[in-house]
Ligand binder design. Structure first.
Ligand code: APR
Length: 263
């Protein structure tokens, strides 16, 4: 039995299967990854985008953020077959929740695309896509909490409104978790309980170096789950994983879906 068949067999009998995704699942869609050769943090200084910088120097933060937003999300990215395979696994009830570190919204687009409108009823205890690091398509006012589409606000910033402000006068902030910023407690608690409850945990396209997401596979292993890693490069978790696919997400995930559909 090959690794793919073993994983498919575990997914067939799993009560709770959870996927954690990182930038690698969006790389085939043209969204740059952060680490590894040519990663975003080789070309941009992470230090410019910390929560501390936002608080100290919001105008400078926003001026730098314009280029990063263009680099990450400037082109119109579409979900790829790996996003679609995960969405199809959710649709068929094989996958409970996708916990993503990505802020590109492509899992949502894939779910919309395959469900043509009638989205999955979200599981009672929360969304079927958990955006741990937020969503870069939105901004949020740090004073009144008002959310808005990101593009028009970035246009205002690029036209010289630095920092862009909400109608209430408060500062807008990209609706993502910045380095040094606390993740929303409810999100990480739910992600940890999903990892604890999971029978199968898929760690897809993540270098597994940024906490608290990087600890989720360890929590899953500790609870007896079958853990699979799908990344082109090594991760610190490879030795502990039950199966490692050193292959492209666009090969592995559609093939996994096909195996499950055959059965
Ligand atoms: N198929 C499989 N794996 C891939 C592919 C692909 N086509 N392309 C890239 N990868 C793998 C890389 O080998 C690497 O292991 O995806 C991983 C991407 O790692 P990172 O760039 O570090 O992305 P991620 O793990 O999501 O980063 C976590 O860091 O900068 C912060 O907030 C940001 O959410 C991000 C967090």
């Amino acid at each position: 039995m090959d690794d793919l068949e073993r994983l498919a067999a575990d997914l067939r009998t799993a009560e709770t299967a959870v996927a954690l995704t990182g930038a690698g699942i969006s790389a085939p869609s043209g969204v740059p990854t952060f680490r590894g050769d040519g990663g975003v943090w080789d070309r941009f200084d992470e230090g410019q985008f910390t929560h501390g910088r936002f608080q100290r120097d919001p105008a400078g933060f926003w001026a730098a953020r314009i280029d990063l937003q263009r680099e990450l999300f400037g082109d119109d990215h579409e979900p790829n077959v790996a996003h679609e395979a995960l969405a199809a696994l959710q649709q068929s009830g094989r996958l409970e929740t996708i916990v993503t570190q990505n802020t590109d919204g492509l899992h949502d687009d894939a779910a919309e695309a395959i469900s043509d409108g009638d989205r999955l009823q979200t599981p009672l205890d929360g969304p079927s896509i958990l955006e741990l690091h937020g969503n870069a398509r939105r901004v949020r006012c740090v004073d009144c909490g008002q959310r808005a589409e990101a593009d028009p606000i970035f246009e205002r910033a690029a036209a010289g409104e630095l920092p862009p402000r909400c109608d209430c006068g408060g500062l807008f902030k990209p609706d993502v978790v910045l380095f040094g910023e606390q993740l929303p407690g409810a999100a990480i608690q739910r992600a940890r309980s999903l990892a604890r409850e999971s029978d199968v945990f898929l760690a897809i396209g993540s270098s597994l170096v940024v906490e608290p997401a990087a600890s989720l596979p360890r929590i899953a292993t500790g609870s007896g789950a079958t853990v699979a890693v799908v990344t082109l490069e090594e991760t610190p978790f490879d030795e502990l994983a039950d199966v490692v696919f050193r292959r492209d997400v666009t090969d592995v995930l559609p093939a996994l879906y096909e195996r499950l559909e055959e059965s």
